[in-house]
Design a protein around this ligand. Structure first.
Ligand SMILES: Cc1ncc(COP(=O)(O)O)c(C=O)c1O
Length: 383
């Protein structure tokens, strides 16, 4: 059977760097201990794996205190922990109109208990004018949450500017880096980020079941789960220090070993090399798509304003049909629909129809893009 061409890296990246598979296998076969549970050599090795990955993420996101890095099973859990652990009835939060349901749904629930939410409008290409955030400010605004890049259009958001605004006005700034970590530079200090949430299995090249968040020292966020941490076991109450406060239950240590390998791979290649490779492919893809009749490309006109994520529609085909035909006829895997981000689709005007999303990675190739363009050309001609 012909190998599939995988262009759905915004959902989860595939393939991973070889070293990621090797590290997970190595952990499972050779190490295998439970971190922080006792003092056996196996336990210490497992703790070392967690520390290595915390250090790799600290280097990527530019912070020093690795105890502020908490592991969760994905970014959804990280975002839920922060929103539910920080916001109280009567508090006000501002989000952009390009946010994912991982942000929107927990907030809809919090709204029922008296948390107030404002949505800063983005333009039809997904871009955000920081003034829209300022306009939405109220006296009780205590948090702003922004995705660093849209999962629908790839639009890169003004993280630094919004971070500065939050710093000036004294609100907590939380960033959703699901579609940007490992692709564009994220710098906690320079961008005034108080909370950086991440998922391991997308552009960080880790396996599914890994993610987490960084919280600035001094910021008080309640835990979502309580339980065994391996520390202060004589106490009946949860430890009050990071990361133990937030890391109850045995973590996904094999997965975190793989995530550490993924982040180290990124650091070795360099963000600029990864970004340049993806941009080169995006330029070719967008050039090619512009020659095909009936194609509507959503999002920024300039590829420098987006990550390697692109939403499109083809006249005469529903997006689901388009995705099906791309895979069935040409072996190309994409994702069609609303991408768990109805608010973003409402913003760009595609809520009623959805889009077919093409998302690349460092492992995407020029040949794959040519095959995709040929497929799109054939489909535009009805074949
Ligand atoms: C911007 C954004 N935020 C959050 C998520 C949720 O990620 P996960 O399913 O890994 O928790 C996604 C996944 O598509 C995303 O693109």
């Amino acid at each position: 059977m012909k190998e599939l061409i995988y262009l759905d890296n915004a959902a989860t990246s595939w393939p991973k760097p070889e070293i990621v598979y090797q590290m997970i296998d190595h952990y499972n076969r050779r190490l295998g201990g439970s971190p922080y549970r006792g003092s056996s050599s196996k336990t210490l090795e497992a703790g070392g794996v967690l520390l290595d990955t915390r250090e790799a993420l600290a280097a990527l996101f530019h912070f020093t205190d690795v105890s502020r890095l908490i592991f969760t099973k994905n970014i959804t859990e990280a975002i839920n922990t922060v929103l539910k652990g920080y916001l109280k009835p009567g508090d006000h939060i501002i989000i952009s109109s390009m946010e994912h349901n991982a942000v929107v749904r927990p907030l809809s629930k919090l709204k029922n208990s008296g948390v107030e939410i404002s949505i800063a409008d983005c333009a039809a290409d997904g871009s955000l004018d920081p003034y829209e955030v300022e306009k939405a400010w109220r006296t009780n605004t205590c948090m702003v949450c922004l995705t660093a890049a849209s999962n629908v259009t790839g639009t890169i958001m003004p993280v630094r500017e919004v971070g500065q605004l939050c710093r000036n006005k004294g609100a907590v700034f939380m960033v959703d880096s699901a579609q940007s970590a490992g692709i564009i530079p994220l710098d906690i200090g320079e961008q005034n980020i108080d909370v950086l949430t991440f998922t391991g299995h997308k552009s960080l090249f880790g396996p599914q079941g890994t993610g987490g968040f960084y919280i600035r020292p001094g910021l008080d966020i309640d835990s979502l789960l309580e339980g065994g941490t391996g520390s202060f076991s004589e106490e009946m109450v949860q430890p009050d220090f990071s990361p133990d406060k937030y890391e109850s239950g045995t973590p996904n240590t094999p997965g975190i070993a793989g995530l550490g390998a993924g982040v180290s791979f990124i650091m070795r290649k360099g963000l600029a090399a990864i970004r340049n490779h993806e941009l080169e492919l995006m330029d070719r893809m967008v050039d090619g798509l512009r020659q095909i009749q009936g194609v509507t490309i959503h999002g920024p006109v300039d590829n420098r304003q987006r990550t390697a994520v692109l939403s499109l529609n083809l006249a005469g085909l529903e997006c689901g049909e388009l995705g099906f035909l791309l895979e069935n006829n040409f072996g190309i895997v994409t994702r069609s629909g609303l991408h768990c981000a109805p608010l973003a689709h409402r913003t760009i005007g595609t809520l009623h129809q959805g889009t077919c999303r093409i998302s690349l990675s460092y492992f995407s190739t020029r040949e794959q893009i040519e095959t995709f363009l040929n497929g799109m050309l054939r489909l535009s001609k009805g074949g």
